[in-house]
Design a protein around this ligand. Sequence first.
Ligand SMILES: Cc1cc2nc3c(=O)[nH]c(=O)nc-3n(C[C@H](O)[C@H](O)[C@H](O)COP(=O)(O)OP(=O)(O)OC[C@H]3O[C@@H](n4cnc5c(N)ncnc54)[C@H](O)[C@@H]3O)c2cc1C
Length: 501
Amino acid sequence: MSTVQRVSEQGPSGPNAPGRRPSARRIVVVGNGMVGARFVEEVARLDPEGERVHVTVVGAEHQPAYNRVLLSGVVAGDYTPDQIRLPVPQTPGVSVRLGVGATALDTAERRVDLDDGTHLVYDELVLATGARAAFPPITGVSAPDGEPGEGVTALRDLADCERLLALARPGAPVVVLGGGVLGLEAARGLAGRGARVSVVESSPWIMRRQIDQSAARVLADCYEDLGVSVHSWRVASRWIPGTGLVLDDGRVLPGDALVVTAGVRGNIELAKEAGIEVEHGVLVDDFLATSDARVHAIGDCAQHPGGGAGLVQPGWEQASVLASRLTGAAPQARYAGARPLTRLKAQGIELTAFGLVQEEELGPQVETVTVSDPHGRRYAKLAVSEDRVVGAVLLGFPQAAASLSQLYDTGAPVPADRLALVQGLPTAAAQEDAAGAAPALVCRCNAVSRDDIEQAWLDGARTRESIAERTRATTGCGGCVRDVNALLAGMGGGRSTEPVG
Ligand SMILES: Cc1cc2nc3c(=O)[nH]c(=O)nc-3n(C[C@H](O)[C@H](O)[C@H](O)COP(=O)(O)OP(=O)(O)OC[C@H]3O[C@@H](n4cnc5c(N)ncnc54)[C@H](O)[C@@H]3O)c2cc1C
């Protein structure tokens, strides 16, 4: 059953929203996830009276949009589902239809068919359909119809979260299939709830795409300390409900539940069946247009040459660029691609990684500085080329993670004392100021700089909540909460212990 918020919708051939101004162009957004919802928020900000555009959003999930990034925090018990809701704009130019899926797209008629038997007509269509969990073809893991097998769940939406928490009682054995960022976050959260967790990764090491092998060894030790067993370079051959996961070497890892975190697949079928060009995502250019100029794609379902799918910051940037274009606020706005940075959200483990870090990526012109302290569960690797940071892995070095990611973002020159930098000594900020480089980003998810936060403070924001309200800092992955609190403390302001979201 569908839920309608604010303006109720049309019958099969009526206008998309009865309250729409006749001159307002009709934008239909398919997908009410993190990026679709941000697009709508941006449109409402740029066209608050709905004079230029009217947006109708359809979302297959039954609940209002929420911060998906914080689902691992829900698993860990740090947030309740209510605490991760995203803001819903209350403006005349926006209609949201929940629990409604788009089933087909007719680009000639500019029409979207919905699973409640109605349809929407658009002037511009925005695909923000995101991605879904990929289930590997292993006996017992998924049924022939693609549904998860008994005792098996993904971790992609709130419904998965509820299923997982029902399966993973304290003391229960749980297997996590996939030792990437998501799997490791889930494993940490479940271990914190008292489950006995094993992680299986088919690559030679965990977080294979983000960190090097030496870092992964130390990271695996951090997990073993928490009682989580890590099995890298092991292929799963069968899931037996009520027993566990059988590995290729014959071992059986006991499990009441199997959490599959083995990658995602873009929801591209609507576009593909309508004849729009797709590869693993819907192909878009710098204007976020697809091969059909009236159809746009943003977020995890989009494939831009400069990347960005799978991370919220590029998706939010795309949402902002497209809203500026379609409202006419900045018709020439462009999306230039992403510079991904990974921060593991696992309580008690400080891990940040970005740029070039794998041995095979580092050519002879790249200098590296490495500090390995397995006993102290710390590891740092810095890669520098032509005096600029080009990559780093920082496990257990939060100060260095902050200063190096700022140097990476701003492109400021690296101080001569590389070792001091890796240890987190305060040489970076001085260099950056001296170089007159771009102001350092504090909240990467929302591209909020230190200058923006200082300005918000000058404008009267004295708590983290009011800083968040003015700048959006801390409302993404939550990784910058400590930095914002520190800035506030430095400026003589307060802080807050309220959850983010
Ligand atoms: C547990 C977890 C932790 C994460 N942590 C991080 C992190 O720390 N940092 C980071 O950058 N990223 C993280 N991510 C990834 C991040 O959540 C995604 O990049 C982001 O959610 C993408 O937003 P989106 O709107 O494109 O897709 P989604 O958020 O997936 O939303 C797509 C929406 O479209 C709906 N939909 C799909 N098809 C249709 C249809 N035909 N009709 C109607 N509705 C449809 C779906 O139901 C869904 O609600 C994490 C993801 C998960 C699951």
